[in-house]
Design a protein around this ligand. Structure first.
Ligand SMILES: [Zn+2]
Length: 65
């Protein structure tokens, strides 16, 4: 199976409401970004790992430029 045209997504932590002024960006496939971003939000920003959080993060993903 060829893996061409795998679209990468970007999660920019600056777009995520937080008080820490975090400037992290995470780039990868949607699944990768989501996994890392959720872990980051929980560990660094004290969010709770809920399906709501996942949906919120998913909504912030942008296509890589
Ligand atoms: Zn962050």
């Amino acid at each position: 199976m060829k893996k061409t045209n795998t679209k990468r997504k970007v999660a920019d932590c600056r777009l995520f409401p937080s008080e820490s002024g975090c400037s992290l960006t995470i780039t990868g496939t949607e699944e990768e970004v989501l996994k890392v971003a959720v872990r980051h939000a929980v560990e660094e920003h004290g969010h709770e790992d809920t399906s709501e959080l996942r949906e919120q993060i998913r909504g912030l993903l942008a296509d890589e430029k």
